[in-house]
Design a protein around this ligand. Structure first.
Ligand code: TRH
Length: 388
């Protein structure tokens, strides 16, 4: 697509509501940073829960109404009140997953000449219908405003995946340097013996069948070292440890060592994914990061009513893991889906582990495919330009 500079937006607002701890701030913050740092766009991020935001980005002040965080203006979104004028409105306005933007802001959008580009940024899914809905318009029932849907995705007919310009080179540099891995894990308190074991990072929702998996690792054939950021599956991790799951707490039972590490910044979390042999990830942003990390990963999907997430999970596995039966069986069971396999957790893990080289090979192919879809931020800006 030809770039017309006069159509290039210079300001952009993102409205983000945090659900269930971090829900969505992970993605919004990554999007905001990339727009600011790589595209030079003035970004305002409206977010309702600064405490959750601070967990993934420690520079955030939890008590500031407005603050500058790495060049992004962060506004504490306290309520739906407020009067706005057209000058307050950004060239592009993004609502995350259909959040309700304050009515006063929408009224000001309707007074802008030209109108801002209004985008509803949707959740990532491999389901086929996404291609048909990507970029569809939706007219406002009363005001002269049109909102457009934007879907991240895994095919050229979607918005693609978030990926910073330097992400893959930085990963390659890190993974080519064993001292960088040892230094990073060492700073988290991981011992050399643990580093030499099969290392696993764990990020999942509280309902994951963790006790079963811990049992399989404990009784397994080889040593496993499981690194759990603080606050993840706290009850089940605490039960294994027999102690509070605070950073530094660790216990070894049989072949398994579980160690609690601090909750990391987003950038360090990438380093964790680059360091481990297998990554358990969840939701959306960590799931995408695991795909770029190139290491085998297991996805814990966010649960939805009527088990709609099972459909979404199967759609992804079909696209990504079609010939990797061990990965499919493990992933289905991890997400509480009764698959074809009746294997116990020891058998599921043994099969998965035997398949790790094939999964790693598949990841190379998958990344090439994903790279061909372009990076999401550029796709988003191209779309915004086309609407201006
Ligand atoms: O927060 P999540 O559970 O997000 C989910 C999804 O967005 C889902 O679609 C949504 O509907 C649901 O919320 C409510 O998981 P996600 O997307 O992986 O975001 C977590 C963020 O936390 C991600 O940016 C990675 C980051 N993180 C760290 O920065 N440090 C850490 O130590 C860990 C474990 C995660």
């Amino acid at each position: 697509m030809q770039h017309d500079a006069t159509r290039t937006p210079t300001s952009l607002a993102i409205f983000c509501k945090v659900v269930d701890n971090f829900g969505d701030i992970g993605i919004c913050w990554r999007l905001a940073r990339q727009l600011r740092q790589e595209q030079g766009i003035a970004v305002t991020l409206w977010v309702d829960d600064l405490a959750s935001f601070r967990r993934i980005w420690p520079a955030v002040a939890v008590d500031a109404a407005v603050q500058d965080v790495d060049g992004v203006q962060v506004v504490h979104w306290r309520d739906q009140e407020g009067a706005f004028v057209p000058a307050d409105v950004a060239d592009v306005v993004i609502e995350f997953f259909g959040v309700d933007i304050p009515p006063g802001y929408i009224a000001a959008m309707a007074q802008c000449e030209p109108r801002p580009v209004w985008i509803n940024y949707e959740g990532l899914s491999a389901e086929a219908w996404v291609e048909g809905c990507h970029m569809l318009p939706s007219m406002h029932p009363r005001l002269k405003l049109t909102k457009h849907f934007f879907f991240p995705g895994f095919t050229p007919n979607t918005g693609g995946l978030l990926r910073e310009r330097d992400q893959l080179p930085a990963r390659d540099r890190f993974q080519a340097d064993p001292a960088a891995r040892a230094g990073f894990l060492g700073r988290l308190g991981v011992t050399p013996d643990e580093m030499a074991a099969t290392t696993v990072s764990l990020f999942c929702y509280p309902d994951a069948p963790l006790a079963d998996l811990f049992g399989a690792w404990r009784d397994g054939a080889g040593p496993v070292s499981c690194l759990v950021p603080q606050g993840v599956a706290g009850e089940k991790v605490g039960a294994f440890l027999g102690a509070d799951p605070v950073p530094g707490a660790a216990a070894t039972r049989g072949r398994l060592t579980v160690r609690v590490i601090p909750f990391l910044s987003q950038d360090d979390y990438d380093r964790l994914l680059w360091s481990c042999d297998v990554n358990f990830v969840r939701g959306e942003d960590s799931w995408v990061r695991a795909q770029w990390a190139g290491r085998p990963f297991i996805w814990h999907i966010y649960p939805q009513d009527q088990n709609l997430h099972h459909v979404k999970l199967r759609a992804f596995l079909q696209k990504y893991a079609a010939n990797l039966d061990g990965l499919i069986d493990f992933s289905l069971r991890w997400n509480g889906v009764e698959g074809e396999s009746r294997a116990d957790w020891t058998a599921l893990w043994t099969t998965l582990q035997a398949g790790l080289p094939a999964i790693t090979e598949r990841n190379v192919e998958w990344q090439t495919q994903m790279l061909a879809n372009g990076d999401l931020v550029r796709n988003l800006l191209d779309f915004a330009r086309s609407l201006r």
